[in-house]
Design a protein around this ligand. Structure first.
Ligand SMILES: *Cc1c(COP(=O)(O)O)cnc(C)c1O
Length: 222
């Protein structure tokens, strides 16, 4: 396998170039998605300087965390079943998949601290994708005020599976517009400054469109 450190410097260069092309000035945080790799490979990612790791199953998260623990910040990026909330919610630093009130209720019941959440939007409208429809996002966030453990730090989406870069770019643009609408609501529990978007195949477009977190698996640790 290719060394993570060399893949990382290549990705960092591409991110810098994308920022320059689009006049983006904010930091972009790379989340190394380690769901498909071993604990040793995740350790290699940390050794290469990656701090943020992403997992999409409770088992994977807990296995990696028990070995690597406080060397990393942990992102839960998969859809989360309500009955699994208690296993993971106090083990993570960010949840990227808040998409329903029943999940918010369960989180509020189980969390021992404030949980940084991204509300997941299905901007592309693909049937197979999790997340709220675009028009549901604002009312959903407005209804979260009753849950004192939930802090909406941003919005998250996955681009559709397509070669058409214009389609992908429009999804990211729409998420950014939605994020700015949420900011304007001025809700104390929903500052919503972050945008979690972009994966191995589309992170450069996501950065151009304002991503603050990119979630990269295959191209980085695969
Ligand atoms: C697996 C996964 C990623 C990373 O995908 P790659 O194409 O391997 O970079 C990012 N986000 C989510 C939600 C994922 O499930």
């Amino acid at each position: 396998m290719e060394k993570i450190s060399s893949k990382l410097s290549e990705i960092k260069n591409k991110i810098e170039e994308a920022k320059n092309r689009a006049n983006v000035n904010h930091d972009v945080t790379i989340i190394a998605v380690t769901k498909q790799v071993s604990i040793d490979r995740a350790q290699e990612a940390i050794n290469a300087g990656l701090i943020h790791l992403g997992e999409n199953r409770p088992e994977g998260l807990l296995a990696k965390k028990s070995e690597l623990n406080n060397q990393a910040k942990w992102h839960y990026i998969g859809s989360l079943q309500s009955r699994k909330v208690k296993q993971v919610i106090n083990e993570i630093d960010y949840l990227h998949s808040l998409d329903r009130i029943s999940l918010a209720e369960e989180i509020n019941k189980r969390a021992e601290k404030t949980i940084n959440c991204f509300v997941q939007a299905n901007v592309s409208g693909e049937q197979s994708k999790h997340g709220l429809k675009t028009e549901e996002v604002i009312p959903f966030i407005q209804s979260l005020g009753q849950f004192d453990k939930i802090r909406v730090v941003g919005l998250m989406t996955m681009a559709p599976n397509t070669e058409d870069q214009t389609v992908i770019r429009n999804v990211f643009k729409n998420l950014k517009n939605l994020q700015q609408e949420v900011v304007k609501l001025n809700l104390p529990y929903a500052p919503c400054h972050e945008l979690s978007m972009g994966m191995s195949n589309d992170y450069e477009i996501a950065v151009e469109e304002g991503a603050t977190f990119v979630r990269i698996g295959t191209a980085l640790v695969g």
